[in-house]
Design a protein around this ligand. Structure first.
Ligand code: PEP
Length: 239
């Protein structure tokens, strides 16, 4: 299975010009074979459309809503993303769970809607530091994966991202050994054909270990994806 590397730009960069420059810089340095998804904020999705000159980069969004349309101020539907040429959507990121109150039920609805619209899903799962400290990691991962995928019969367009919350944006990346244990827990719920990615303070100095030692099928990269040279090194290390 070809590794998938996903850039989550979060709420960055601040301007249209910077978004264009970042997209171009990543595009220029990419190895020809790489499968790379760039997920800018909604506003920059139309600025970096792959149909214009994607150069092998695939476009992803960071979120979508679970209704088709109507009176849902501030929301964006899966169909709207699809129409723009977006192929992937991140759902259930820990920042959405923490700051926007997304529950497993909401995440499940979003996953079903995104799949129905023909999008591929990057479904994020991960335990908090407290949950890990009290020995609840396995229980939390099992609950999130089960509830998120409830009534989802076809997992063909699902990618799971194991993202320990304590490792996101902290510089405190999870060891390859511990990541492998978590991937083994999640693997019981999805077949070998479903990619399981790792995310959490991935840098070029640790990225290769997740693929080779932990058995991850790709990487979800936040902070380091805003630095094109570093991100390209990460992509190359995953090849
Ligand atoms: C993320 O946002 O999914 C993430 C993994 O962030 P970072 O790489 O900055 O830890």
């Amino acid at each position: 299975m070809k590794p998938l590397v996903v850039a989550n730009w979060k709420m960055n960069p601040a301007s249209k010009k910077e978004a264009e420059d970042l997209f171009e810089a990543i595009k220029k340095g990419l190895p020809a074979q790489a499968e790379v998804v760039v997920c800018p904020p909604f506003t920059w999705l139309a600025v970096v459309p792959p149909q214009r000159d994607g150069g092998g980069l695939i476009l992803g969004a960071q979120n979508c809503f679970y209704e088709d349309g109507g009176a849902f101020t501030g929301e964006v539907s899966a169909e709207m993303l699809k129409d723009l040429g977006v192929q992937y959507v991140i759902i259930g990121h820990s920042e959405r769970r923490k700051y926007f109150g997304e529950t497993d039920e909401v995440i499940n609805k979003k996953i079903k809607k995104a799949l129905g619209a023909g999008l591929k899903v990057i479904f994020c799962i991960g335990e908090t530091e407290d949950e890990r400290n009290v020995g609840k990691k396995k229980e939390v991962l099992e609950k999130q994966v089960k509830k998120g995928l409830e009534d989802v019969d076809n997992l063909e367009n699902i990618n799971v991202a194991y993202e320990p919350v304590w490792a996101i944006g902290t510089g405190n990346n999870c060891s390859a050994e511990e990541t492998k244990e978590s991937i083994d827990v999640l693997r019981k719920f999805v077949s070998e054909n479903t990619r399981i990615l790792y995310g959490g303070s991935v840098k070029s100095k640790n990225s290769g270990d997740y693929i080779r030692k932990a058995g991850a099928n790709g990487l979800l990269v936040g902070g380091a994806s805003l630095n094109p040279e570093e991100f390209i090194k990460i992509v190359k290390s995953a090849e």
